[in-house]
Every structure is written in structure tokens, then in C-alpha cells.
Ligand binder design. Structure first.
Ligand code: NAG
Ligand code: NAG
Ligand code: NAG
Ligand code: NAG
Ligand code: NAG
Ligand code: NAG
Length: 350
């Protein structure tokens, strides 16, 4: 009886027809609600040609596709195993399972990209169409189109998301990877918020990768609180979810260093948010994850004067009974760590 009572509200929820407040955003290709080719074409025109049909990265290597072509296939194989070039394609994720839907997908094997993962090529979990976004107004246009046609959207930068949140099947994807502008302001004036004015602020487009940010800000004598892997989207992904890295013990998480964001909210409005303007949204986007509350277009972050950092990597292999040797190695590391830290030496033992 208890079971029935608790089940009924659940059933009620799942059977309820979508209401105007919750339209479901579940229109799929092939259904009557799906936009006609002319409507997609009109969207493309209003986006100055930035709308594309999704082609998975591995597609040119699948014999069944009309794009089969040894040259583009070898380019796809090379891109597939190089994180930086892989991130420059909408039609992939870094964790192959998020590209696939059950047993369908179009991936190449990560250990050997000359081998196919599936017997035929399909979109898997990748969106149907994607917009190669070049400015905030493209995002507003995408959101209003998706709302009008009841289509799900997804937001993707490089595709590193460990939980696959950047790939949504049957979606219109907002791909922010090419919002790659970078600038440095020695004296930064926040938007209507004197409390957030600061020296040494970096501005990054949502698609900037960590490696590009490090090189750009280092050239201005500044460090940004990033992570380890260079091809990760530092603003639109890493810096929305928290952002732990080498500087965390010194300067806090990346979100602790956020000064101001430019975002597009679901109503299509472009907003500049900081501790004074839309403070709740600003708070939510510093840890709530990329895309949960609004689409980020620009990230303004507190930089720090560059520190010299020394790293080491101790690699050794021991044979036989290693217990005593390992104990000595680890003890020496532990005993010296404080002195090394004082000289900004960091590293690890493999
Ligand atoms: C956004 O870019 C398009 C070109 O793709 C251009 O026509 C449009 O004016 C731009 N909008 C803004 C607000 O910069
Ligand atoms: C949108 O227009 C561009 C430029 O003309 C074209 O390359 C692209 O294929 C078009 N997208 C779609 C979905 O037709
Ligand atoms: C490439 O990206 C994957 C997924 O994020 C990561 O596990 C791997 O360490 C990266 N490779 C290199 C060489 O950094
Ligand atoms: C990976 O690709 C990037 C950009 O395409 C290139 O600059 C880099 O040299 C490549 N790395 C390797 C290890 O081939
Ligand atoms: C910022 O402006 C103030 C006032 O003009 C100046 O004293 C200060 O040196 C500037 N800061 C930087 C980092 O340039
Ligand atoms: C390995 O060496 C440790 C310490 O030297 C000793 O306690 C242990 O019994 C040895 N183990 C084996 C399997 O010989």
C-alpha cells in the first residue's frame, strides 16, 4: 500500500502533458514539430551561415558514409589522438562513451584510431545540428529558435566534460569553442559595480583553452588559476564547475577568482553579471557547472603576478623485494617536501 501511495505522484508526473511552463523541449528529428529544411535554412541565414549539420569526427573513416575518403580519414585519425586538434571538432567528445548511444556511434578506437569502434556510423549522442557561435547574439538566436520549436539545446566547448553534459542527442548544440578572444586589463572597471573594480583582470571568451590562456597571460607577466590539461576549456567548462589546480592552495579555486561574466540567459538576453548585478546568478555560475544556469560568453578573472614554478617528476623502477627501497624513497620525499615547497618546487613520484 505504501508502495502504491508513493508511486502515484510519480506516475502523475511522468504522464502529465507538457504545460506551457514546462514544454518538455523534446521535439525530435522525424516528428511533425521538427523544423522544416526551409526553417533551418532561415535560421542559418539569420546566423550568417554559422549553422551546421553534425558530422562525427570519425565519419570519413566509416566505409558506409558517402564522405569516405582516405585523406580526410587520416586527418581524422590524427586529430582523434591529439587533444588540441580533437577539441577543434564539434563531432566528438573526449570520453568516447558520451559520443555513443548504446551501441551506435561513429568513433575511432582511442588506443588505435585506425580501427573503427562501430560497424556503421551514426550520430550517437551528438546533437543533430550545431552552431559555430561567434558572438553572443548567435546564442540568443539559438535559444529563441529552440524555444519556438520545442527543441532541446546543449552547450559544448571542447567536450572534456567527464559527465557528458556537453552532448545531448537530437539537440541544437551551441558550440562555443571559437569564442576564443583574450585580453588583459591592468586597471579593470566592472560594469556598474565599483566593489568589483580590480587590477590585473583577464578576459577570456568562453572557448579559450587553458594552454592558450597560460601563454597569453604569461606574456603579460600574469598567472591564471588553471588546471593541468592544456586543451580543456578553462572559461566555459573548468571555470564554471569549480576549477582545482596548482594555484588552489594559494589563490583558491578558479571560481573564487571570477570577477565578472557575460552570459546569455534562457530569455535570450545578454547580461553582464557580477557581485552587484544579478548576484544570485553570478553565485550560481561559480560552481553550478557550464550551462546549468545560463550560457557563458565571457569570463573576467583575477590574475596574479607570475610566480616561478619548479617541477620534478621522479621515475624509477625497482626489482625484487622493493619494500625497503620504496620506504626510503617516500620517506626522503616526505622529509624534504616542506623545504621544497618553500622554494616553490612541486612534483610527484611514479
Ligand atoms: C554577430 O556576428 C554576425 C556574423 O556572424 C554579425 O552579422 C552580427 O552583427 C554580430 N552581432 C553582434 C552583436 O556583434
Ligand atoms: C549554413 O550556411 C553555410 C554558409 O553558406 C553553409 O556552409 C552551411 O552548410 C549551411 N548550413 C546548413 C545546415 O545548411
Ligand atoms: C587528453 O584528454 C583526456 C580527456 O580529458 C585526458 O584523459 C588525457 O590525459 C589528455 N591527454 C593528454 C596527453 O593530456
Ligand atoms: C596537436 O595538435 C596541435 C594543434 O593542431 C599541434 O600544435 C601540436 O603540435 C599537436 N601535438 C602533437 C603531439 O602532435
Ligand atoms: C591603475 O591605475 C592607478 C591610477 O591611475 C595607478 O596608480 C595604478 O598603477 C594602475 N595599476 C596598474 C596595474 O597599472
Ligand atoms: C621484503 O622486505 C621487507 C623489509 O626489508 C621484509 O619485511 C619483508 O618480509 C620482505 N618480503 C619478502 C616477500 O621477502
Amino acid at each position: 500500500m505504501l508502495f502504491l501511495v508513493s508511486l502515484l505522484p510519480l506516475l502523475g508526473l511522468s504522464l502529465a502533458a507538457p504545460s506551457p511552463q514546462d514544454p518538455g523541449y523534446n521535439c525530435q528529428p522525424g516528428q511533425q514539430c521538427w523544423p522544416t529544411p526551409l526553417e533551418w535554412q532561415a535560421l542559418n541565414t539569420s546566423l550568417s551561415g554559422a549553422l551546421f549539420l553534425t558530422h562525427p569526427l570519425g565519419e570519413p573513416c566509416y566505409p558506409s558514409t558517402r564522405l569516405t575518403d582516405p585523406e580526410t580519414c587520416s586527418l581524422a585519425e590524427a586529430a582523434s589522438s591529439n587533444n588540441t586538434s580533437r577539441g577543434a571538432h564539434y563531432g566528438q567528445t573526449y570520453w568516447g562513451n558520451w559520443e555513443a548511444c548504446g551501441t551506435s556511434g561513429c568513433g575511432l578506437q582511442s588506443s588505435d584510431p585506425s580501427k573503427l569502434l562501430y560497424s556503421s556510423c551514426s550520430l550517437g549522442r551528438l546533437g543533430s545540428y550545431y552552431i559555430d557561435v561567434r558572438n553572443a547574439s548567435h546564442i540568443s538566436t539559438a535559444l529563441l529558435f529552440a524555444k519556438k520549436h520545442n527543441i532541446r539545446i546543449s552547450i559544448k566547448n571542447t567536450g572534456h566534460d567527464f559527465f557528458g553534459r556537453s552532448s545531448v542527442p537530437n539537440a541544437l548544440a551551441i558550440w562555443t569553442h571559437n569564442l576564443a578572444s583574450l585580453s588583459y586589463q591592468a586597471n579593470f572597471t566592472a560594469s556598474n559595480c565599483p566593489a568589483a573594480d580590480s587590477e590585473h583582470v583577464g578576459e577570456m571568451g568562453a572557448g579559450v583553452t587553458a594552454g592558450d590562456a597560460y601563454r597569453f597571460f604569461n606574456a603579460h607577466g600574469m598567472d591564471v588559476t588553471g588546471g593541468y590539461e592544456e586543451s580543456v576549456g578553462i572559461a566555459g567548462g573548468f571555470g564554471m564547475g569549480g576549477g582545482v589546480g596548482d594555484f588552489t592552495t594559494l589563490y583558491g579555486l578558479m571560481v573564487d577568482n571570477a570577477v565578472e561574466f557575460e552570459v546569455v540567459t534562457a530569455d535570450g538576453l545578454v547580461r553582464v553579471i557580477n557581485e552587484c548585478n544579478d548576484p544570485d546568478l553570478f553565485w550560481a555560475m561559480r560552481g553550478g557547472g557550464g550551462g546549468a544556469f545560463a550560457v557563458l560568453t565571457k569570463y573576467r578573472v583575477q590574475l596574479h603576478p607570475m610566480l616561478p614554478i619548479h617541477t620534478y617528476n621522479f621515475v624509477a623502477s625497482f626489482e625484487g623485494n622493493t619494500t625497503e627501497t620504496l620506504r626510503q624513497v617516500l620517506t626522503a620525499h616526505a622529509e624534504n617536501q616542506l623545504a621544497w615547497s618553500e622554494h616553490l618546487v612541486t612534483g610527484g613520484v611514479d
